[in-house]
Structure formats: structure tokens, C-alpha cells
Design a protein around this ligand. Structure first.
Ligand code: JHZ
Length: 393
């Protein structure tokens, strides 16, 4: 039933940045392979890493780090308040509060198992459960009052057990309540040859087709879809209980499903074609880095992302090709990227006297970064990206 279509080799844990004192220690590795379930169309990695190893008190990623994400959450919160007037909202995977802090603290609850992040929103007086989302927690939170809105962005794809997630959601959601899920779109991922959307934390990359099948098992259905530009192109799914006739199913749902069928997201052959494109992408990216090295170009990286971990380790691009990465996240600074052991430095504006070309680890924030670095660009500084194909811009 599950057919393997992509082998991205042995990979370290994407968000396990290495301390200098541990540089010579062996890292935990796992085999990163991706498969397609021909029955429910679900695309998933084949071997998973335990959630405790990935989401713990040392989690480095903060949603608030970019203007793009802060704005996206702010705009969504504004729309939700206006359109749905919710009295009680739960966010699953509230991270550092980029979404919940747009609401009054008495109307929203965050669930965030990474204790270092939960501490941030607790510090701002937002009720936050530093626990994994599950049935037990759902009962604890919503014993007396059910949620009008449950929101979860870039989190559902990180939780392996659908029974646990959706039964907990079904319990917590009021009869007329809405579940809003937001995750990178598989269609976009394939169109962009964004194979770096696959790493240990991304157990799934969803198509609408697959999500619809999964939701059926829990008597939930998608009634609207919005496209967002975040994380390279995401789908924001509006979901209701099947017996909730308060919301009509928008044509957007049918249209998106049709688009996915035309692209062939229901066929194994589509994923096999994707695999070929990934191999070509690797060769061409390597060529760019080899040529830059031959020319003695000074190359650094921008945005030490989880995605970069997959690209660099899969392609065999290391600290001989990229001198260091810049990242604004204080937790990542002075540590090394997993596997490739490239140093991460505290971000400072790109300087043309120091740098010739910059690998865009955070390609999903290209617009924001280009705006910030316009002087570097004006002075002839170049960026390297592999999305949608390897090139220098
Ligand atoms: P970004 C993480 O993936 C992990 P990553 C996780 N699994 C997931 O699903 C997504 O997030 C949502 C830095 N940066 O968002 C900040 C700059 O330095 O692409 C971040 O470290 N300067 C939960 O890591 C990184 O880049 C800038 O100007 O692939 C961006 O990480 C900007 C805009 C960002 O997610």
C-alpha cells in the first residue's frame, strides 16, 4: 500500500544544532525515505523519530522570528475575530505565541510541548499547556467549555497518530466549532521541487486529497480552503463536523481537489517523476557550488533552516562550500548545522566587501530577505537558491 518513491539518505535530526564542544561526537542519524499511500493518497516519511527527541525543552524554532509569519498570524487573527467572533480558541502548537498573542488572554489557550517556548507565552500571561496534544489533555482543557475555534499551523504534519489528534479535536470542538489547519501544500512542494519539506519533523506533507480521506474517518470535512504564501505555499483548511450544517461547502474545495487530480497527486507515477527531478536538482545545485569554489567566491548561507539540513546533507554541500550561516535566532547562533557542521553566526546585514554569494536556506522568506538586503543586491551580491530549480539570482 505504501510505495517508497524518494530516498534522501541518512540525515541527522533537522533542528538538533550542534554545540562546539560536541563537534566530534557522533550525531543521531535516521534514514530519510518518503512514500506514497496508494489507498488514501497520503505522502509520509517512512521512518519516524520519537517526538520526545524532537520537541522538547530545547526547541530552537520560533515562529515570531520573521515579519512574514508575524503578519500572517496577525491578519488571520483579525479575520477570525471579525468573521467568527469566537469566545474560546485553542491553538495546537502555539510555539512562541505568534498567533495567540493577537487575542485577549482570557479567550485563548495554547498547547505547546516545547517547554522553552511554552514558557514565553506563560510569561505573557497566556494559559499554555506545555504538553503534547492528545485525548487526555483535550478532556482536561474543555471539560466545561468547548472550543469555537481550534487552530493549528505547521503542527499537524508533525504528529504521527491521527486517532489521537482527531479524537481529541472532536472532543474539544463545539458542535458549530471550526477547526483551521494550515500546512505546506504537497502540490506546491512538488511544483517547486521543494524536497527539503521532508525531514524528521515533517512526517506528512498533505494534499487536500489525502487530508479529505483522513478526516472522513473522524466524521470531519473540509468546507473551505485558502491559499497562503507562507512556507513556500500552504493550504489553510477550514474544517467542520460532518453533522454541522451551519457552513456550506465552498467550491474552492472541489477546485483544489481538481487541480491536484490534474497534477496527478493520486498517482504513484507523479511521485516517481518528482524523484527524478530531485536527483537533477541535486546535481545542478552541486555544480553551482563547485563552480563558485573554483572561482574562489565567498559563499555564506542565510537562514539556518530545518529545510537546509535536508538539502545540504542530501547534496553533500558542507563547510568547504559555505563558510558560515547567518540566522537571527539567538538559540541557533554559535552552534553548527547538524551533519554538515557549518557554523551559524549572529545575523548582520550582508556586506558586499565580505560576501559574494548567499545560499538561501530560508527561501520561503525570499521577498522579506531581498527587501532587507537590497544594498547587497545593488552592489552585485548574488543569492543561490534551489527553488524551483538551482540557480544564481
Ligand atoms: P523557516 C521550521 O522549519 C520547523 P524551518 C518546523 N518543523 C516547521 O514546520 C516550520 O518551521 C514552520 C531565520 N531567518 O521558517 C529564522 C533569518 O535569519 O523557514 C529561522 O531560523 N533572517 C516547525 O527551519 C529561519 O531563518 C530572516 O530575515 O525550515 C527560517 O526558518 C528570516 C526571514 C528568517 O523554517
Amino acid at each position: 500500500m505504501i510505495k517508497k518513491f524518494l530516498d534522501l539518505g541518512y540525515q541527522p535530526l533537522a533542528n538538533s544544532y550542534v554545540l562546539q564542544k560536541n563537534l566530534n561526537n557522533k550525531e543521531k542519524n535516521f534514514k530519510l525515505e518518503v512514500g506514497f499511500n496508494t489507498k488514501n493518497y497520503l505522502v509520509s516519511i517512512l521512518k519516524t523519530v520519537s517526538k520526545e527527541k524532537m520537541f522538547n525543552k530545547d526547541y530552537p524554532y520560533k515562529s515570531s522570528e520573521s515579519y512574514t509569519m508575524r503578519k500572517s498570524f496577525k491578519d488571520l487573527a483579525k479575520m477570525i475575530k471579525k468573521k467568527f467572533k469566537p469566545k474560546f480558541i485553542i491553538e495546537i502548537g502555539s510555539n512562541d505565541g505568534a498567533f495567540i498573542t493577537n487575542f485577549n488572554s482570557n479567550s485563548v489557550i495554547g498547547v505547546e510541548p516545547c517547554k522553552n517556548l511554552a514558557q514565553i507565552t506563560k510569561g505573557k500571561k497566556y494559559t499554555t499547556y506545555a504538553e503534547y496534544w492528545n485525548k487526555k489533555l483535550s478532556k482536561k482543557i474543555t471539560k466545561r467549555k468547548k472550543a469555537d475555534i481550534i487552530y493549528s499551523a505547521n503542527t499537524l504534519s508533525h504528529i504521527e497518530d491521527f486517532d489521537e489528534i482527531f479524537e481529541a479535536i472532536n472532543y474539544a470542538l463545539s458542535e458549530k466549532g471550526i477547526l483551521i489547519l494550515e500546512d505546506p501544500s504537497l502540490l506546491k512542494c512538488l511544483e517547486n521541487v521543494a524536497y527539503d519539506q521532508f525531514y524528521c519533523e515533517h512526517i506528512y506533507v498533505f494534499s487536500t486529497l489525502a487530508l479529505r480521506e483522513i478526516l472522513k474517518n473522524f466524521k470531519l470535512e473540509i468546507f473551505n480552503i485558502e491559499k497562503t504564501k507562507t512556507h513556500g505555499g500552504s493550504n489553510r483548511y477550514y474544517i467542520k463536523k460532518k453533522n454541522n450544517h451551519f457552513y456550506k461547502i465552498s467550491n474552492n474545495v472541489k477546485n483544489e481537489i481538481n487541480k491536484e487530480l490534474i497534477f496527478g497527486l493520486d498517482k504513484l507515477s507523479t511521485y516517481k517523476k518528482f524523484e527524478k527531478k530531485v536527483k537533477i536538482s541535486k546535481q545542478n545545485l552541486l555544480k553551482i557550488f563547485t563552480d563558485l569554489k573554483k572561482n574562489n567566491s565567498r559563499v555564506i548561507g542565510y537562514g539556518a533552516t530545518a529545510k537546509s539540513c535536508t538539502v545540504l546533507n542530501y547534496c553533500g554541500i558542507g563547510n568547504k562550500n559555505i563558510k558560515y550561516f547567518y540566522d537571527t535566532t539567538s538559540y541557533k547562533v554559535n552552534k553548527y548545522l547538524p551533519g554538515t557542521k557549518i557554523l551559524i553566526k549572529k545575523y548582520k546585514k550582508l556586506n558586499r566587501n565580505e560576501v559574494d554569494a548567499v545560499y538561501l536556506g530560508a527561501w520561503n522568506f525570499k521577498e522579506e530577505i531581498f527587501k532587507k538586503e537590497k544594498i547587497f543586491i545593488k552592489k552585485g551580491g548574488k543569492f543561490i537558491t534551489h527553488i524551483p530549480y538551482p540557480r544564481i539570482i
